[in-house]
Design a protein around this ligand. Structure first.
Ligand SMILES: Nc1nc2c(c(=O)[nH]1)N[C@H]1C(S)=C(S)[C@@H](COP(=O)(O)O)O[C@H]1N2
Ligand SMILES: [Mo]
Length: 395
């Protein structure tokens, strides 16, 4: 692994003013934010670390979720960073290790925008509790949001560093410090190189984002830099990003190597044998609260969101609702833009009868598979995507 850029290489890079020498100095002096301010409008699930989700109605107000209505999920305290001495390093299997200060990123690389839905793998976790209690942040269905992100393409940065042959995975590491079972370590993970380089003209394979919805990232969402990996679970979009390492294997960070895996029993062997979760799963959520009380004969408009699975090329085929417990299904109408790696908003008008007890939703993907009635239980409560239900309260 080359660690220092030789002077000759430095000159070859010309105006690309990058040198890796002060990694230990940059990004020092972190402060950590106090637990969230009250009155954010989000439902706080845990205060320290701060984990909060919006009431579901807020998800269907706008296709682009305002930052104030966007869930926050952090495993440790939120680091408060100074962008003046912030730098991100690129090392590992590269010809030229880099250290890039924040302004250098936008000076050296074209700026791209990406609209993408971010969702936590633990979204809807509470629904597993019906089968068997799961530990972890007790998310209902609001740990999802669709934002416009702005930054530079990871693939451009990797090309500048020059990836050496045999490289297969891109590791990310944040500047937070998580304490778990007596150990303190940063949040991190990795994505396959193939994903990192899978850019299309309009969609980066992975974005190094500085902005969310036209403003610098807030501290809670990763200021000053994070990755956005469209189609992948939120955990792969690493906040407070300070280190990118190119390797021939997946990251050994806890959040890639152990957490975020689908296991049915909590044993070391099961964790080792399971693959990390990368793509998020086909899903849909009803965001309108059930009309209370139920008025037979009345017509109501039901609204919600839906996402296809996050694998490239997966699309939504249809979103349907049921008012008879899933015996018959009615079509819904798409009321939003339809874009790769973004949720859609859907809506349906239904007539309530005295017999209507609940409303269900399910989506079907382009490969023909539909959401299941129930998702099989897993130890950590990830990727729940059973039919989402809203109960109506009889008059
Ligand atoms: N450094 C760091 N990055 C992180 C996390 C974290 O705890 N630390 N949480 C991850 C998880 S699990 C999710 S779902 C998303 C949430 O992003 P948001 O808080 O901007 O909504 O950030 C991811 N990136
Ligand atoms: Mo997450």
């Amino acid at each position: 692994m080359k660690t220092l850029l030789r002077r000759r290489d430095f000159l070859k890079l010309g105006t690309i003013g990058v040198a890796i020498s002060s990694v230990t100095i940059a990004n020092r002096g972190r402060l950590f934010a106090q637990p969230a301010e009250a009155g954010s409008g989000l439902i706080v699930r845990t205060e320290t670390p701060y984990n909060a989700e919006p009431p579901l109605e807020r998800l269907v107000e706008k296709w682009l979720t305002p930052t104030s209505a966007f869930f926050e999920r952090s495993h440790g305290k939120v680091p408060i960073l100074n962008d003046n001495d912030f730098a991100v390093t690129v090392d590992g299997m590269v010809d030229r290790p880099l250290e890039l200060k924040l302004p250098e990123l936008t000076e050296r690389f074209p700026v791209s925008s990406l609209t993408a839905t971010l969702t936590c793998a633990g979204n809807r976790r509470t629904e597993f509790n019906r089968i068997k209690k799961v530990p972890g942040v007790q998310w209902e269905s609001g740990a999802i949001g669709n934002a416009e992100w702005q930054g530079v393409r990871l693939s451009d940065v990797l090309k500048m560093a020059g990836i050496t042959s045999g490289a297969k995975h891109i590791w990310f590491e944040g500047l937070d410090q998580i304490t778990d079972k007596g150990e303190t370590f940063p949040f991190g993970g990795s994505i396959p190189l193939e994903k990192a380089m899978s850019d299309t003209e309009s969609i980066p394979g992975c974005l190094l984002a500085m902005q969310m919805n036209g403003k610098p990232l807030s501290a809670g969402h990763g200021f000053p830099l994070r990755t956005i990996v469209p189609g992948f679970i939120g955990a792969r979009s690493v906040k407070w990003l300070s280190k990118i390492t190119i390797s021939d294997r997946p990251s050994a960070n806890h959040y890639l190597a152990h957490a975020y895996k689908l296991i049915s029993e909590d044993t070391h062997a099961a964790v080792e044998a399971a693959d990390p979760i990368y793509e998020y799963i086909l899903n849909s959520i009803i965001c309108t609260k059930g009309p209370t009380p139920l008025v037979p004969g009345s017509r109501v408009t039901i609204k919600g969101v839906a996402i296809s699975g996050g694998r490239s090329g997966e699309r939504l085929n249809r979103v349907e609702i049921s008012v008879d417990g899933g015996d018959t299904w009615l079509p819904t109408t798409i009321t939003s833009p339809v874009r790769d790696f973004c949720w859609i908003h859907w809506s349906a008008e239904i007539s309530l009868t005295a017999k209507t007890e609940s409303i269900l939703v399910r989506a079907t993907g382009s490969s023909g598979e539909s959401q299941p009635r129930e998702t099989p239980w897993n130890v950590k409560g990830y990727q729940y995507n059973g039919w989402h239900k809203v109960d109506l309260t009889p008059a």
